[in-house]
Ligand binder design. Structure first.
Ligand code: HEM
Length: 334
């Protein structure tokens, strides 16, 4: 099975990392895992993010290269497509918003399959649905986590918790997104393994982020619903971390599972800027998406074209007038 090495390497990496967090805390290194590692990871994350974004922002994009799949603006009587071939900045913003909020290009994505021996194209609605469920669940989970870092829980976090806990089946309240994030990730992972075309092109860098996120969501799930921890002690530590005055005393009362969860999160943050997960920032900087298709109306000149030394016809004639006259060629100026 060709996918096995890539998959197993990634699985083993996540298992070892979780073991370092869990085992490290159990062996008394809770302060390292709970304080130093998260701060270091945050620094790598911020530094890497700024470096990457600055690098992309400084890459020259001299021409309009948007990917289009609709009629561009031309003659007034030809109906144009403002979203698939945006002409104004407003239309670009609309196109980007649909992309970022609803993954529009993924929704339009087709998959190729052999149907009675012939290639056929069909929508891949399940991929889109799994991606939406995973990303929105993760967003809600992260917003709910704000409760851990702020002494006073903001009103919108309480509102989100109330909506997310609509399936309340006891204590603690069961959140729909705790399961949504896991199901979304499991779907994306099984697609990668079960679809032979996707499996063929999958590398450790494809499996690792999925498994890492599964490790984080899985350990978080256990922490909340199965092997609970002293959440007051966690909050003491996390509020301390957020206010740069970490409360090392709280560490002894916290379940090592929390440190397994936190260590995987730290790894995710440090890995993020150097991985495909940077599509989070990249989607905004992608010139195939964020440019208006207005080359017919505006001339875009490549700013680093070398200066061309012009030699006009007048100058040419000045240089060769005598010779031209000698061989009988017509001249404009006598
Ligand atoms: C990418 C970042 C993270 C993800 C995806 C994530 C995911 C999750 C998930 C899915 C749960 C299950 C319960 C729920 O849905 O709320 C959870 C619980 C938990 N997470 Fe995270 N987490 C992340 C970061 C963190 C960080 C940075 C901390 C603390 C420093 C943390 C501490 C906890 C704790 C204490 C719980 C148990 C909450 C409870 O008992 O109510 N998580 N996490």
């Amino acid at each position: 099975m060709s996918f096995m090495p890539s998959f197993l390497i990634s699985l083993a990496a996540v298992a070892v990392l979780f073991g370092i967090g869990y085992g490290g805390a159990a062996a008394g290194a809770g302060a390292v895992i709970g304080i130093y590692v998260p701060y270091a990871a945050l620094l790598v994350f911020l530094g890497g993010l700024v470096w990457k974004v600055a690098d992309w922002a400084n890459s020259p994009v001299p021409f309009r290269i948007p990917t289009t799949s609709g009629q561009q603006k031309s003659l007034d009587w030809i109906r144009r497509d403002p979203i698939d071939s945006p002409f104004t900045k407003g239309e670009v913003v609309l196109r980007m918003a649909l992309e970022v909020l609803f993954f529009r290009s993924l929704l339009k994505n087709t998959k190729t399959q052999l149907h009675h021996g012939k290639p056929a194209y069909a929508t891949d609605l399940w991929l889109w649905l799994a991606a939406i469920i995973f990303h929105y669940s993760m967003l809600v989970v992260l917003l709910r986590h704000l409760r851990l870092f702020l002494a006073e829980t903001p009103f919108f976090v309480t509102a989100i918790e109330r909506a997310d806990g609509f399936m309340q089946v006891g204590v603690p309240v069961f959140y729909a997104t705790s399961i949504g994030i896991l199901l979304g990730l499991l779907w994306l992972l099984s697609r990668r393994i079960l679809n032979p075309l996707v499996r063929y092109i999958s590398l450790p860098n494809d499996y690792f982020p999925l498994l890492l996120l599964l490790g984080i969501a899985g350990s978080g799930f256990c922490l909340r619903y199965i092997d609970k921890t002293d959440i007051v002690a966690v909050k003491e530590l996390t509020v301390g971390l957020a206010s740069f005055s970490p409360a090392a005393d709280a560490i002894a009362n916290i379940n090592p599972l929390f440190f397994g969860h936190l260590f995987l999160v730290a790894i995710l943050f440090a890995y993020f800027p150097f991985s495909k997960l940077m599509h989070l920032a990249g989607v905004f900087l992608s010139p195939t998406r964020n440019l208006a298709n207005n080359s017919r109306a505006e001339r875009h000149i490549n700013p680093w074209n070398p200066k061309v030394k012009m030699h006009t016809y007048d100058e040419y004639e000045d240089d060769f007038r005598d010779l031209m006259k000698e061989v009988g060629l017509p001249v404009e100026k006598e």
